[in-house]
Design a protein around this ligand. Structure first.
Ligand SMILES: Cc1cc2nc3c(=O)[nH]c(=O)nc-3n(C[C@H](O)[C@H](O)[C@H](O)COP(=O)(O)O)c2cc1C
Length: 367
């Protein structure tokens, strides 16, 4: 049976005894600027950094350290590492522990081929003996909270039971489970039954991850899995109010309604927050498109906003498209859909069930 005793070891959430919420780690997304924007609309209980790469010559990346050192959200940040060498992991973790981290999180889930082919991230799920040694070493060098984020297997789920034994045996403090195998990337349904199995098996609290699209879905996933909380990634980019809405729903309140005008304000805030003097306008606009791919899923059912947004080349064009779809002709007062519109896909190369893996933009992620 799951025990809740070790939840006491975790930093308290906003709601005493209520379900926990966490912003999922996302490379090139969950940086200092983005965390600040999310916190403006309602911070999750926990933040996780994007992964720190660990190898022979690695030093913790400065831009990721900023999301810890300059964190002004008032909420704790866990530092995530990805790697396989025990000594290099130890060295990195000891360095990270000099910073104000809530804990150290190990990535056992990254599905990008360039990553798993190096036997790190999701690739480690093929070698549970090595996972055993890594968990043992990290547990011995992390005096505080040591957490793990995993998928449910590499190409099948045969090792999942063993993985849960290792998590328990090494006294992991919090387990986040993305309910897909590595090979399923982002294309399959999420196997919440495996998250339920984790929540019923390990002593530590479990965060359910994968396709938690709204506060209503969070409630349903918590009921289905018995998890202690939810970890939300892409749908927090789409809807940064989602953590506040989850809390409101958990308290029996009606979650705040979001209008397209509110979303226009979010886009402007995100643009200002992510501006860097050295980043040329067209690169900044391209960076914005990565976020807006998700936002566009709830703007209109035909995906017209997405279609036009993907073609802009300048700041002026970008905001003209935003104004046309989010403000003009009474749009500002219209509702922003709580769920993504069916068939409106944020990353067609990654999330369309029929697209082949070779086309996926995850190809560009390295560790
Ligand atoms: C752009 C992007 C970058 C990601 N980077 C990381 C990462 O650095 N570490 C990690 O553990 N997971 C990473 N993930 C996976 C997410 O944390 C999460 O497990 C996944 O998106 C499923 O949750 P969601 O359906 O709420 O988005 C990334 C996902 C996306 C979309």
């Amino acid at each position: 049976m799951a025990a809740t005793d070790s939840r006491a070891a975790l930093p308290p959430g906003h709601l005493t005894g209520g379900p926990l919420t966490a912003l999922a780690p996302m490379q090139d997304v969950t940086d200092l600027a983005f965390m600040g924007v999310i916190a403006h609309y309602g911070a999750p209980d926990y933040f996780f950094t994007e992964f720190f790469r660990v190898h022979a010559h690695s030093r913790p990346e400065k831009h990721i350290l900023r999301s810890i050192d300059e964190n002004a959200t008032g909420r704790p940040v866990f530092a995530q590492v990805i790697g396989e060498d025990l000594d290099h992991l130890t060295r990195t973790v000891e360095e990270l522990l000099q910073h104000n981290v809530a804990g150290i999180d190990l990535n056992l889930g990254c599905p990008a081929p360039k990553v798993y082919k190096k036997n790190v991230g999701g690739g480690l799920l093929r070698e549970l003996g090595k996972v055993d040694r890594i968990l043992g070493r990290l547990r011995s060098v992390v005096p505080g909270l040591f957490t793990v984020k995993t998928r449910i297997g590499f190409d099948d789920t045969a090792g999942f039971g063993r993985l849960l034994e290792l998590v328990d045996g090494h006294r992991v403090d919090l387990l986040s489970v993305h309910g897909r195998t590595v090979k399923e990337m982002y294309r399959s349904e999420v196997h919440y039954d495996f998250i339920a199995r984790a929540a019923a098996t390990v002593r530590c609290p479990v965060l359910a991850n994968g396709n938690v699209t709204s506060a209503a879905r969070a409630g349903a996933v918590l009921a289905e899995t018995g998890a202690a909380g939810v970890m939300i990634g892409r749908h927090a980019i789409r809807n940064p109010w989602i953590f506040r809405q989850c809390r409101e729903a958990a308290q029996g309140l009606v979650p705040v309604a979001v209008t397209l005008g509110d979303v226009r304000e979010y886009v402007g805030r995100l643009y200002r927050a992510t501006a860097v003097p050295t980043l040329a306008e067209r690169f900044h606009v391209n960076k914005m498109k990565k976020y807006l791919n998700f936002v566009g899923q709830s703007v209109d059912p035909a995906g017209a906003f997405l279609h036009e947004m993907r073609r802009v080349e300048s700041e002026a064009e970008l905001f003209a498209v935003c104004d046309r779809h989010l403000v003009d002709h009474g749009a500002a007062a219209r509702g922003f859909a709580a769920e993504p519109y069916p068939g409106v896909i944020a990353r067609p190369n990654c999330e369309t069930p029929s697209a082949g893996p070779a086309e996926c933009s995850l190809e560009t992620i390295t560790a």
